[in-house]
Design a protein around this ligand. Structure first.
Ligand SMILES: [Zn+2]
Length: 405
């Protein structure tokens, strides 16, 4: 059993503890509390640091890390998407020898930035073994895309995908699931088949990019607009498809996809009524505000997200649309954009909300007895009064170390 002393312990499920102590045995947290002024119990003195849970990056695409600085910022999402579709459709693009090393570098960067858990999206299985071999925990989602597949047997397509996932060496630390890309890129019957397969898996979340951009809303409501043009240009338009005439959240709800297993990623275009529906269904909204700025989707309504009472988690999205994989930087952006949101709520989003959505909250997300001691120490200035405010104001990786247990 090791005992630690720190200026602050930030357990997330309760108030920060000043002059805290924490005991760890065989990698798990045993107990924590506040030190009395004359308590003589010896311990490892960590000094002016805040001890907190490792962060959860609930949405990223490590597979796209080689596209860092390759995709220019855009003024509309479909203009941005065109760039990335063409970059990936280049016949040699997904055989680029830089992909593997770029994934490894991105995993290293995530760890240096304090990330313990990822929700990672892949269109190939390239990232899985690399994540599984690293200290990261989380869920690898194999993302399915297919809008124009007339006559396809979607149950068979999905069954093949599930077989391929079964062949991977999953561990208790890194599990797998399926994701549907987005309402404009996955046919309705395909959506239902993916959801049915995920519901049959024990313990599996479902992920979808939802209400990310105004063009998606236009397509669902009217059946036209820039997405239709782009899909026709790349030969992926489905001439049989009928616009549902409703918004993105209602569309998913009508298909039975809105539930407590859902990670709805982005939500830039969600109204308070949409957010209320997410709250009522127990779904988690994953916000990635820096990516939204880069892709031309625009700033998400962060204050509305929190006002709704829905579960909010945080992702960096990929290095194709984000400057780095630092969740602390994502949090600082949210704090700057929505200063009225309590710092404690932002910290919950960066930890326990993501852990719960990914189904790893028994081990991660709070400093609580019984959980893994996968904890960060964050350098804080001596005499820091409001440690939560400090933590949401921008933490540089040089301030971070993993607690050695
Ligand atoms: Zn994404």
């Amino acid at each position: 059993m090791i005992r630690y002393h720190a200026a602050w312990i930030v357990p997330i499920d309760g108030e920060p503890i000043r002059d805290g102590w924490l005991t760890v045995d065989r990698g798990r947290i045993v107990a924590l509390g506040r030190r009395a002024a004359n308590d003589p119990t010896p311990g490892v003195e960590l000094g002016d640091v805040a001890v907190m849970p490792g962060l959860v990056n609930a949405h990223t695409h490590l597979e796209l890390s080689h596209l860092r600085d390759q995709i220019a910022p855009a003024s509309s999402f479909t203009a941005w998407a065109r760039q990335i579709i063409y970059a990936r459709r280049n016949p040699t693009a997904m055989k680029d020898p830089a992909i593997g090393p770029a994934i490894d570098a991105a995993i290293e960067e995530s760890l240096r930035s304090g990330t313990a858990v990822v929700g990672d999206i892949g269109n190939t299985l390239a990232a899985f073994d690399r994540i599984a071999a690293s200290p990261l925990a989380g869920v690898f989602f194999w993302e399915q895309i297919g809008f124009n597949l007339p006559g396809a047997d979607f149950d068979a397509i999905v069954a093949h995908a599930v077989e391929d996932l079964r062949a991977l060496r999953t561990t208790d630390k890194v599990r797998t699931s399926l994701a549907a890309h987005a309402p404009y890129s996955v046919a309705p019957l395909f959506f239902r088949a993916i959801k049915k397969a995920v519901d049959r898996m024990p313990f599996a979340p479902f992920s979808v990019h939802l209400a990310e951009n105004v063009e998606e809303v236009e397509l669902l409501k009217t059946g036209g607009g820039p997405w239709k043009t782009l899909m026709k240009d790349i030969g992926s338009w489905n001439f049989e498809w009928k616009a549902p005439g409703v918004g993105s959240v209602q569309y998913l709800d009508d298909m039975g996809i809105l539930d407590d297993r859902l990670l709805a990623v982005h939500g830039v275009q969600m109204s308070p009524a949409d957010l209320e529906k997410l709250r009522a269904r127990g779904a988690t909204l994953v916000t990635c505000p820096r990516s939204n700025g880069h892709t031309g989707a625009g700033l998400p309504p962060i204050a509305d997200f929190y006002a709704s009472g829905a579960r909010i988690a945080i992702g960096t999205d990929s290095l194709a649309s984000s400057p780095d994989l630092n969740v602390f930087a994502e949090v600082a952006t949210m704090h700057a954009v929505a200063p009225s949101v309590p710092a404690a709520s932002l910290l919950e989003s960066a930890t326990i909300q993501g852990a719960r959505a990914l189904g790893v909250d028994a081990d991660y997300g709070t400093v609580q007895p019984g959980k893994l001691a996968r904890l960060l120490t964050v350098d804080v200035p001596p005499g820091t009064g409001d440690v939560e405010e400090y933590l949401v104001s921008g933490i540089h990786p040089s301030q971070l170390r993993w607690l050695k247990t």
